[in-house]
Design a protein around this ligand. Structure first.
Ligand code: PHE
Ligand code: FE
Length: 297
């Protein structure tokens, strides 16, 4: 966000008070209006994360990010990234103002369009920003769209989202947890070690280190139904990370029709974010140190 190209966020009065209403429109990336500070923020974050992710991010993330030729010199142009994506997996980045209504978001993914927030955080938000900005979306999400299996998973997720939207609110809650614990906060096992693939992690210096090196969180093997029951954190590091063995595992496990699964899950209690169950395949049981006692979403 910068002065020359302000975000237009309107507010609407509801029974929860005033809530922001983001425009759902696709917007052209206003590249020439990025300020010097914007480009510097990109450079700082880019260089820092490239360093932090060495030996921490999974192979596919690092390799594919390099294929885009992103550099610290300037905020990348969506057009240039799109030329690479179009040839590789047929995905297309579209600029947006920020978070989208669920159905709009699912529809984009179902059509292999990935919405990218066009504005970048302010310098004082380098370490933490609550909502997704350009750095999170571009640096975090876009590299894996070059991986054919992950690219298909994202589209399948979008189609599944459109379907879940028609089923009801609880189905959407279950499906959102899957996105959270895979696309945003997923870990993968490679060469016997844990590596990061989740975008919410790779775009955060603190969580990149925490998720692999801290004794606090649980690290548990991927289990579809278990994940879809598990609550999560939006304001602290995760209490639990779920570990896949491969992207094939992810796409294979999510291929079946979820309709009967939603029905089963509707009869079950949700699992608190930090709980470990007897049925879990535990890589590490977290010490729970520093955990907030309430606030799971
Ligand atoms: N197979 C899921 C369904 O029928 C769709 C889906 C695929 C959901 C991949 C998430 C991830 O709803
Ligand atoms: Fe995200």
């Amino acid at each position: 966000m910068n002065a020359s190209a302000p975000r237009r966020v309107e507010h609407q009065q509801t029974d929860k008070g005033y809530v922001p209403v983001y425009t759902t429109a696709v917007v052209e990336q206003p590249w020439s209006s990025y300020s010097r500070t914007d480009h510097e923020t990109w450079a700082t974050l880019f260089e820092r994360q490239r360093e932090v992710l060495k030996g921490r991010a999974c192979r596919e993330f690092i390799e594919n990010q390099q294929r885009f030729g992103m550099t610290p010199d300037a905020i990348p142009r969506f057009d240039e990234l799109n030329a690479v994506l179009a040839k590789a997996t047929g995905w297309e980045l579209v600029g947006v103002e920020g978070l989208l209504p669920e159905l709009t978001f699912f529809d984009h993914l179902a059509n292999r369009r990935f919405p990218v927030t066009w504005w970048i955080r302010k310098p004082e938000q380098i370490d933490y920003i609550a909502e997704p900005d350009l750095f999170h979306d571009l640096f975090g999400h876009v590299p894996l769209l070059l991986n054919p299996v992950f690219a298909d998973y994202m589209q399948a997720y979008g189609r599944g989202g459109v379907k879940a939207h028609g089923i009801g609110a609880q189905a959407l809650v279950n499906l959102t947890r899957l996105y959270w614990y895979t696309v945003e906060f997923g870990l993968i096992r490679q060469d016997g070690a844990l590596r990061i693939y989740g975008s919410g992690i790779v775009s955060s210096k603190g969580e990149s280190i925490h998720c692999l090196e801290s004794a606090a969180p649980n690290r548990i093997g991927f289990d579809l139904a278990r994940i879809m029951r598990t609550r999560y954190r939006i304001d602290t590091y995760q209490k639990t990370y779920f570990v896949i063995d491969s992207f094939d595992q992810l796409i294979d496990a999510t291929r079946p029709d979820f309709t009967p699964l939603y029905a089963e899950l509707a009869a079950q209690e949700s699992v608190p974010a930090g709980d470990v169950l007897a049925s879990d395949r535990v890589f590490q049981r977290g010490s729970g140190e520093g955990w907030a006692q309430d606030g799971d979403v």
